[in-house]
Design a protein around this ligand. Structure first.
Ligand code: BG6
Length: 277
């Protein structure tokens, strides 16, 4: 069942429920801010605001058309996460699968920031796994460069309890030291962590005490792993001081040297599938 809802301040979102999953998706940013099967996949800040023009803290922000400060002329992580998408397609093929598509096209505001005609579509498949396909089409007469990410905030029992497998031996940019390193073994967390992994082709596993989530990505060879730890967390907007213990971001991306150049009429799809076991 799909229900279009509004919070008291008019902020619009979609509530989806089928026989195996339940989710909430804001029209602003096509932002999935909750997805639950028997497990809860996503972390959402208790102090997140749901306001027009402000990014939701948690869930799956879409960083687009620039990841981080890859394009210094744009706001950090681009503008899609604070722009209204339209719901263009809904389908319930079986009782345990729901499909939705949301679209953002260029508009006066986007062109004032980034002067290109484009179409951006997020296709969401909700079942006992969550599949996202983000397709960018260049509708302009000139080529553009794209960096992007699903900036997924995973809910965890405690940052000290988790480890991440699947990135062993991979080169990465340590964004805190601005130096290139090689990942030795699993990733564990003992301090602020901000890294762009490269040459990523395998499924990544987030292993917690009572659950394991898997992340399989197509259309990308980069993945950002981030936790702000104590000091940065206390400085961040819409985040409680100890929030860093309760999430880790594993961001399926086209970032750093994994950027895409799209020629006129060309499309690119970044896709990710999450499962929780
Ligand atoms: C991560 C970056 O992807 O996003 C971090 O690597 C950044 O450096 C974080 O702090 C959160 O960004 P924002 O804009 O949502 O506060």
């Amino acid at each position: 069942m799909i229900t279009q809802k509004k919070r008291a301040n008019g902020f619009e979102y979609i509530h989806v429920k089928n026989s195996v999953a339940e989710a909430e998706i804001a029209l602003q940013g096509a932002h999935i801010f909750s997805y639950k099967t028997e497990e809860n996949l996503l972390w959402l800040s208790e102090t997140s605001v749901f306001e027009s023009g402000k990014a939701i803290r948690g869930g799956i922000p879409l960083c687009w058309p620039a990841f981080g400060m890859n394009n210094p002329q744009l706001p950090q992580h681009g503008f899609a996460r604070t722009m209204p998408f339209e719901l263009i397609h809904v389908e319930e093929p079986t009782e345990d699968v729901t499909l939705l598509s949301l679209r953002l096209s260029d508009n006066e505001e986007s062109r004032s920031l980034w002067d290109y005609h484009f179409e951006l579509t997020l296709r969401i498949t909700l079942s006992n796994r969550l599949k996202l396909e983000l397709t960018t089409t260049n509708k302009d007469t000139k080529a553009f460069t794209l960096t992007q990410a699903f900036h997924t905030y995973f809910a965890i029992s405690d940052i000290q309890n988790i480890h991440i497998d699947g990135l062993e031996g991979k080169p990465y940019l340590d964004a805190l030291e601005q130096s290139q390193k090689i990942q030795q073994g699993s990733i564990t967390f003992h301090r602020e962590f901000d890294a762009v992994y490269q040459d990523v082709e395998k499924t990544i596993r987030l292993i917690d005490t009572n659950k394991t989530s898997t992340i399989s990505t197509q259309g990308s060879t980069s993945c950002v792993v981030w936790n702000p730890w104590i000091d940065k967390c206390s400085r961040m907007s819409a985040m409680q001081a100890d929030a860093y213990k309760k999430f880790v971001c594993i961001e399926s991306a086209n970032a750093y040297d994994d950027f895409k150049i799209l020629q006129p009429q060309e499309s690119h799809t970044l896709a990710v599938t999450f499962t929780t076991l």
